[in-house]
Design a protein around this ligand. Sequence first.
Ligand code: SF4
Length: 395
Amino acid sequence: MDLLKTLVEKGLRRELPSREEALAVLATSDDDLLDVVAAAGKVRRQWFGRRVKLNYLVNLKSGLCPEDCSYCSQRLGSTAGILKYTWLKPDEASRAAAAGLAGGAKRVCLVASGRGPTDRDVERVSDTIKAIKDENEGVEVCACLGLLSDGQAERLREAGADAYNHNLNTSEETYADITTTHTYADRVDTVQKAHAAGLSACSGLIAGMGESDEDLVDVVFSLRELDPDSVPVNFLIPFEGTPLAKEWNLTPQRCLRILAMVRFVCPDVEVRIAGGREVHLRTMQPLALHLANSIFLGDYLTSEGQAGKADLEMIADAGFEVEGADQVTLPEHRSGGCHGTADSGCHDGASGCHDGDSVCGSTPAAAPAPRVDEPRPDLVAVRRRGAGTDLAPNA
Ligand code: SF4
């Protein structure tokens, strides 16, 4: 398999594949899927061994957003029956974070709905970061508060934030199709502000919104250019009550190809399987651990994940190990970024050569016949536990 051999060699050298090679990964057939996973797995193990980093989401403020991101259950006009609440107090957020950390998470992601924080919001979040860090030595804290104004990234950094998340979500070309209240350029600007302030940048994508393979490759190449330390890959959770409720476009196999493509393009970056893991990968989740080196433990912002205990069992059963607080996440050459010390990325609402076959050299063969997943709204459960509720968190 010339294509996969080339991609492994490039990944081990941290060399950017060509667009054609990235597209060819997405066009592979189901017959070649295990070869694709095995090849990308080699690259994953080179940079991250068999470690899986666990991250834990705390939704500081849920719902009631004035923005119109069409994938998001918290958007303007969403009728999804999600929890809606305003800012958690620092001690409430700290208690929620403690549950995730006790379950094995090493990073806490503090997320708030909204276009972006006011300066008063940055103060609130700073108090929350302090409360969490006072109680939990060595914890990594990532903030995800939307678009940042000048000086806010610096203030978060001073308050002890290690990382900032802001996803590009989709290609520049299709961005206006999914959101009209802010632009792709706004998002790029915030990632750059986080970077410039010395925060570890976390920025990723959402697959399954009806985008083309070219769009997926475009956004991943743009991410590589922005050079985040972590790339969350969300698989759209088609919430009833949002404009994308009918977009059930993903199969487990497609999700694995997308994760493999991201790994080849961003070989030494923390690739995190984010929202939609259980909904779209389903029983294939363990295979995805050969591609990504990071997942969220337990629940997502507004939807429920599988039980935290099941996440831990899956990791052990698949022959991986949970990354400890004393282990450095990123390879040494990237360790100027997030490396699990006190100084060390979530705004996403809530993937040989066979002649005549599909994996061959750098010329993608015809794409396999699209196989659209059946709608499975039964797989989407609104979060009813953890932060903002009286019920114990899932961790
Ligand atoms: S993704 Fe963020 S900005 Fe967009 S609607 Fe959801 S909460 Fe608001």
